[in-house]
Design a binder for this molecule. Structure first.
Ligand SMILES: [Cu+2]
Length: 94
């Protein structure tokens, strides 16, 4: 019973965090990563970039090789996002 209550409180906390993120000023950057070829690449990028603090959303389109990243510029820079992608083997084309 106590565990159920605790889990519910955790969910509420997560929701509030998401709401705060939506209220903050996020920017969406569309990056081209020519080495993206398949869904596996998309999953790798989603994990690497999505795991960065300040990233709200990652969407990789394997057809266009474009990665759209919604992030909070007050928490991290575009250069940090690009570095995380390059580290996984997907350098961004300038
Ligand atoms: Cu791939």
């Amino acid at each position: 019973m106590v565990r159920l209550v605790a889990a519910g409180m955790l969910n509420v906390g997560r929701q509030q965090k998401e709401n705060r993120m939506n209220e903050s000023n996020t920017e969406t950057a569309v990056l081209t990563a020519p080495d993206v070829s398949c869904g596996h690449c998309a999953v790798t990028i989603d994990r690497a970039v999505g795991g960065l603090r300040g990233v709200a959303r990652v969407d990789t389109d394997t057809a266009t090789k474009q990665v759209s990243v919604e992030y909070d510029p007050s928490l991290l820079s575009l250069a940090q996002i690009e570095a995380a992608m390059a580290e996984e083997g997907y350098p961004v084309r300038k």
